[in-house]
Design a binder for this molecule. Structure first.
Ligand SMILES: [Zn+2]
Length: 372
């Protein structure tokens, strides 16, 4: 294993931050996996999973069981890790700009298309190489204007030539769930089964360019745009894995998750050796456009009546918002049948706050599909 240190440009006199990446195996074209933990820096479970993953991957590397390269970034956001304010950690939004750390990565389709410009070949492997080179070129040409933009450029550059990218997050309170691109449904289903995920949410474009889509989306968009050329629509499989809730920081769970991730890499051939039997699927894929966000219509005390992982029906009362001034209890109603897979962590809520998410089977939303 090799550890590399990447310096970020200093945001202010007297401060300097760095990102660390761990590199296992040997670099070989077409066999690269990239994993990162806690791009939202206040989501701690992924960092514990990365800690255990590091041990497992080091043993596999020692045993010669990593035929290509596996890159692990165990703390993806040194800027967000430092954002403490009066005792509370704020790791989701860049305090300087207010921008979500997992939004506004570079959407590369147009730049790759113009860079390759007429050099497409009749060979899928050649086109794969052309796309990766053009993507690296496009990212290198970006001139970041802030430390956070430099971090995003660095993370995307470390991952853009990988054929598998797993971005490890968590929600407030949640069952384990996975987000991926619709054109990658088969691979996503495999990952979800290995992780025993209870929800798998697919869409082709979620809006606002999150990290995973910035690595995968240009593949299927280029394949569609240049349909007469062999371009693999799944040249990079990228997924966001939500490792339950922010308080689910537990060695046993983290070891279970790290082991499942290694087994997935055995399934895909990026780690040698037979994977154990595939567990039964715990969910079918549903469209991200079918997720109902539960929204607070009033301010008050949030009292849930349904647990994480519960199946609810349209019309069910999932929670109530209690107004201490009037004693009124406002019901929070499910509008779709589906799985309650995430809940907000706080219990005093203000009007408009998202209280939870239900994975329904039928698409009904459009536009920007991700929460703030
Ligand atoms: Zn997150």
């Amino acid at each position: 294993m090799e550890q590399r240190q990447h310096e970020l440009p200093s945001a202010s006199h007297g401060t300097r931050r760095a990102l660390y990446s761990l590199h296992f195996g040997q670099r070989r074209s077409g066999a690269k996996v990239y994993l990162q933990a806690s791009l939202h820096a206040d989501e701690v479970p992924p960092m514990l999973v990365a800690h255990h993953l590091r041990t497992l991957l080091a043993e596999l590397d020692e045993a010669g069981a990593i035929p290509g390269e596996i890159v692990l970034v165990p703390m993806a956001n040194p800027i967000g890790l430092s954002q403490s304010l009066q005792g509370a950690h704020h790791g989701r939004f860049d305090m300087a700009s207010g921008i979500n750390f997992n939004r506004q990565f570079q959407h590369l389709t147009d730049r790759i298309a113009s860079h390759v410009d007429g050099r497409w070949t009749g060979d899928g492997a050649d086109n794969t190489r052309l796309i990766r080179e053009a993507a690296m070129h496009a990212l290198a040409a970006v001139a970041p204007t802030s430390e956070t933009e430099a971090l995003k450029q660095l993370l995307q550059s470390l991952a853009v030539d990988a054929d598998i990218v797993l971005d490890l997050h968590c929600d407030h309170e949640a069952t384990l769930h996975v987000y991926a691109g619709t054109p990658q449904a088969d691979m996503a289903a495999l990952l979800a089964r290995r992780l025993r995920a209870q929800a798998l949410l697919l869409c082709a474009c979620s809006g606002d360019d999150p990290f995973d889509e910035s690595l995968s989306r240009h593949w299927w968009e280029l394949a569609e745009r240049f349909g007469d050329r062999p371009i693999p629509a799944t040249g990079c499989f990228a997924a966001t894995v939500e490792l339950r809730g922010e308080a689910d920081v537990d060695d046993a769970l983290a070891i279970q998750d790290a082991t499942a991730l290694v087994e997935f890499l055995q399934d895909t051939g990026h780690v040698l050796g037979p994977a154990p039997a595939m567990p039964e699927a715990r969910c079918a894929a549903t469209p991200l456009e079918g997720v109902q966000p539960l929204v607070a219509s009033h301010s008050g005390i949030l009292v849930f009546h349904r647990a994480l992982g519960d199946r609810v029906r349209a019309g069910d009362c999932v929670a109530e918002i209690v107004d201490p001034a009037t004693s009124a209890r406002e019901p929070v109603i499910a509008e779709v049948d589906g799985l309650l897979f995430a809940r907000v962590a706080r219990r005093w809520v203000t009007r408009g706050l998202r209280l939870g998410k239900i994975a329904g089977p039928t698409a009904f939303r459009s536009g920007k599909l991700l929460s703030l």
